[in-house]
Design a protein around this ligand. Sequence first.
Ligand code: AMP
Ligand code: FE
Ligand code: FE
Ligand code: ZN
Length: 289
Amino acid sequence: MALVDLHLHTTNSDGTLTPSELVRLCASNGLRVISVSDHDSTEGLSEAREAAREFPGLELIPGVELSTDVPGAEVHLLGYFVDEEDAGFQRTLRGFREGRVDRARAMVERLNAMGLRISWDRVREIAGEASIGRPHIAQALVEAGYVRYSRDAFDRYIGRNGEAYVERPNVTPVDAVGILAANGALPVMAHPTYYDDASQEGDDRGLRHALEELKEAGLVGMEVHYKDYSSDQVARLAALADRLDLIPCGGTDYHALGNPGEPEPGAAGPPLSTVESLRRLKRERAVDT
Ligand code: AMP
Ligand code: FE
Ligand code: FE
Ligand code: ZN
């Protein structure tokens, strides 16, 4: 098990554990440094921070994850050491969360038009106060018996190329990096192999180009360790990170969605030296500004 897991979700977005439950699980899995990185929300960080106080050996890095669509794929950007007090940034996040509501409703309408009878009210109820996302729709589809597991809903209906998928409002990866950088957060590309099909299959040319462009905009790292990456994938991404001088990050992207074999916090993650590199960079930037 890893000592560091920098990619975790809670009930403040599409995870099913509260921040306190998540922090306790991380502590019992022996983690030393974690980042709670909810989609378009920092609302869970204060509870997570409070819960982490019970575990002096566990450090919490405040994080957030922004999502963007690119043709045929998705790019997600993590932001570490995010400044939650930044009012402009919080306004931007609120805007993104509102956009998520419209988009989720449009996906439910598409599913309804396809004859899948799930109600928008139920999806909203599942999401509660959270930053709403496709896993909430997937859960409604599981409940209604249309699919067995959450991930089947993505494979069949609401994955990036699924019939009921609806794109999000137009934010580019460069925009998202800029939003994070303006906040003072350190922007890191999440799960880089989702960038395009070629990269899934081992051809990183498109990904490399995208990373180079994002680095110009302020990207400082990329995930190298992730959920279920094989050692070959990790080695390949580590070499790419090294070549582009990006900090190799990572984590499990844990959501507690109940998919079979879902890797627990700490099942994948970077070494402690990654945290040192991120901290050093954050300190240098604080001095510069
Ligand atoms: P959204 O933020 O609404 O676009 O939903 C994206 C979220 O759906 C991701 O953060 C994951 O939690 C989840 N997700 C994306 N693809 C899959 C998949 N193939 N199987 C299961 N969950 C997925
Ligand atoms: Fe998610
Ligand atoms: Fe993601
Ligand atoms: Zn995530």
